[in-house]
Design a protein around this ligand. Structure first.
Ligand code: TXA
Ligand code: MG
Length: 310
């Protein structure tokens, strides 16, 4: 705990100097900077090589700290009570007099907000007098990081400080809900769609087919930049084979996301495993069929995008 406190102090020191740092969250690690500062947020786009038109998620300690920046509505309150802090992000209307930097929103009138549950990052947010803009801490379109080491892998010495919070417990990005008009899912993620539907007792459309340009909807994303085949029954000899249940005959080319079909565990291990396979220099990845339900739906979404690159 003592160590945690001194690391939080260090984090604050860098953030107050308008620098970007790595922060742990329960979903994936973020590349964080003061969301009220254009100087600081500008650095996020540069480091990530992220197009300026792609807005950032802003992380708050609680609803109280959000009230100056966004309009609060009933459905948000209901979801906040149940799921926050946790792996869900909400798109809300930005208040006219909010301090959020124009860089964050790409001059849009909406803001993506999230309340991460990781205790270290909560400890940090509680002590700051500004919220943190933090996209996933990876170079644009590449695999998201789930540990301090992964962030180091992405940025090397280009960032001076990463708050070490161990491996991310969920391991996959937050679910994003648009709450500005009729609630709609923009990105599948850490809370499965069916759970939110059940809780709200209403159907939720998924923006895949809508006109809204939404998060992670770029064709290439989360990609190891290796050939990746889905729904494979028998892999080629030299391929890495990604599995979710134990095979009778093992091979050094087999990589288990789970050994007993546990899809939540599989989601947690997905990015970590893709990174290991890439490091081992495999030229091709085959993935066995993953049931398209609950966390399986999220895994399939990420794998489809990961497989799509030129
Ligand atoms: O779990 C997460 O959400 C992680 C952790 C670090 O919190 N963050 C994350 O950020 O995944 P990022 O930037 O990699 O993905 C957020 C997505 C972006 O693709 C962006 O297009 C979308 O959220 N987004 C941000 N603001 C938006 C807005 N106002 N309207 C619609 N989409 C928005
Ligand atoms: Mg990302």
């Amino acid at each position: 705990m003592k160590n945690n406190l001194s690391n939080i102090k260090k984090a604050i020191k860098y953030l107050n100097k308008n620098q970007c740092i790595g922060i742990p969250t329960e979903t994936v690690y973020g590349l964080a900077a003061n969301a009220y500062s254009s100087v600081a947020t500008d650095k996020i786009f540069k480091l990530k090589k992220r197009p300026k038109k792609n807005p950032l998620i802003v992380h708050y300690y609680n609803i109280q700290s959000l009230k100056n920046d966004c309009e609060i509505n009933d459905i948000f309150l209901k979801l906040y009570k149940k799921y926050s802090p946790g792996p869900i992000s909400y798109i809300l209307k930005l208040k006219k007099n909010s301090f959020i930097s124009k860089n964050v929103t790409n001059k849009k009138k909406t803001l993506a907000v999230r309340f991460p549950s990781h205790p270290l990052t909560r400890g940090l947010l509680k002590k700051l007098n500004y919220p943190l803009a933090a996209p996933s801490a990876n170079i644009s379109t590449k695999i998201s990081p789930v540990s301090k080491k992964d962030v180091k892998d992405e940025f090397g010495d280009k960032i001076t400080f990463i708050l070490d919070g161990g491996q991310s417990k969920i391991g996959i990005e937050s679910t994003i809900l648009n709450l500005v008009s009729k609630p709609q899912i923009l990105r599948l993620g850490g809370i499965p769609k069916y759970q939110i539907k059940k809780y709200l007792k209403r159907n939720l459309s998924y923006a895949k087919k809508s006109k809204i340009k939404s998060p992670g909807q770029e064709k290439t994303h989360y990609s190891p930049y290796i050939k990746l085949r889905l729904n494979v029954f028998s892999p080629n000899k030299k391929e890495a084979f990604v599995l979710i249940k134990k095979k009778k005959k093992n091979s050094k080319n087999f990589f288990y996301l789970s050994k007993n079909n546990n899809l939540k565990e599989a989601a947690k291990n997905l990015y970590k495993t893709l990174r290991i396979i890439k490091k081992k220099n495999f030229k091709s990845i085959a993935v066995e069929k993953i049931p398209n339900k609950g966390f399986g739906e999220v895994i399939n979404d990420r794998l489809k995008r990961a497989s799509y690159f030129k």
